[in-house]
Each structure stands twice: as structure tokens, then as C-alpha cells.
Design a protein around this ligand. Sequence first.
Ligand code: PEP
Length: 253
Amino acid sequence: MRKKIVAGNWKMNKTLAEAQALTAEVLGMVADEVTNDAVIILCTPFPFLLTVKNQLGTNRIAVGAQNCSEHDSGAYTGEVSAAMLKSMNIPYVILGHSERRQYFGEDGQLLAKKVDAALRHGLTPIFCCGEPLDVREKNQHIELVKKQVEEALFHLDAAAIQKIVIAYEPVWAIGTGKTATTAQAQEMHAVIRQQLAAKYGHTVAQEISILYGGSVKPDNAKELFACADVDGGLVGGASLKSRDFVEIIKGVG
Ligand code: PEP
């Protein structure tokens, strides 16, 4: 079901003690200050997932992983499977983040398998797509993002696609302080929704949450989240600071 979602991607940051401190701060501020019903997710490094999950208890805030293997088990040293995440009751997993694509060579074919693995074990994938700067400068961003969506997701049937959350994250905006304008974000989100509608029908497309990611900050969250096809955000750097993250969550309305 289409929901407003704000997910923090901690990437490879924080020690255990720092992760616990950040979680405690976010918990307190969300309880005291957040009045909207946005789904809030903390995507922590693997080693902290269970600790943060236990710390959150039955609170409305959920945890998510930042990646998972396409395999369920086996001789894949250093990998973490969707089955393992499910066994810890981790509900969300980010897949296809541009840093995974860029530094770990993840492509559409592999991501389709990771999406399948996540769904097979009942996890909700937060599937990332987005173009690098040179692609946007050549005005090929729409074509590329549509290709990323098609390659990794379009083997799914209508029931499965509705279990996916999509995050549009222009690579040139990630960690750079350079945010897409509301017009740029809305344009791409509408393109993705139209693409989903063309494949799965209007009703299904309307049920899918599409988040924006790329230097979302307290001072731009509200206007980005107000765009018709932007259903919240995937937040990197600003999710490492409790005050900034909570202000962004409040930007949902
Ligand atoms: C991200 O890592 O998904 C991200 C959007 O990072 P940042 O908010 O720091 O640009």
C-alpha cells in the first residue's frame, strides 16, 4: 500500500555505542514531536540490526538492512542472506543503492535476483535507481532510470511489484549537498509511476511508494515531500544526526 516513508541509510557509519545513542535520541524525539503517520525506518549496518531492533521494541520505528545476497545460504563468505534477515524479523532491505552499483558492480540482472531473494523471504525491498551526473548532462536520465526499473523489477507480477518501495536517487545528489529541485524530483517520480502504470495498470502504480533520495535535509524535505509523486525520502548523511533526521520526518506533514 502506498505510504509516506522516511528511511535513514546509515551506510558504514557509527560504532555500536554510537548506534545505540543515535537510536535512543531518534526514539525520544519521534515520540515527543512527530505527529504524522509516516513509516520510519533505520537502515543500520548489519552488526547493529538486532541491537537497534531490540532497542526500538514495539515502537513504530522499523529497522532495515542495506543489502542482502541473492543466495539463500551457502559458501559465500562475508555475505548476508534475506533468510538470515527474516530470521531476525528485519522487515526492510535497501537494494541497488548507487554505492553498491558503483563500488561492488551490482547490475540489473543481479538486482533482479536480490529482489527475488528478498521477496521470497517476505522482506520489503527499498529498490534504488538513479542516474549519474554525466547521464543527466546528456539528457539521458529518464531512459537510464526506466531501464534500471525494468531490468530489476519488471519480471515481477502485479502482486509482487506492490511489495516494492522504489527510491529515486540521482547519483549527483547523493552526499554532495546538491539536491534535485522539486521539479526534477517530481518529473522523474511521475515518469516511474507512468512506467509502472503502463506495465501493471494505473491502480497498481498508485499503490507503490516512490521515495526521493539525495541530500534531503531539514530545509528541503517539506517541499520535496509535497510533490504529488514523492512519497517520502531515503536519507543518508542527515540520518546520522537525530535532530536533522527527525526534522526531515516532520517534513512529511
Ligand atoms: C543515500 O545514501 O541514500 C543518500 C541519499 O545519501 P545523502 O542523503 O547523504 O545524499
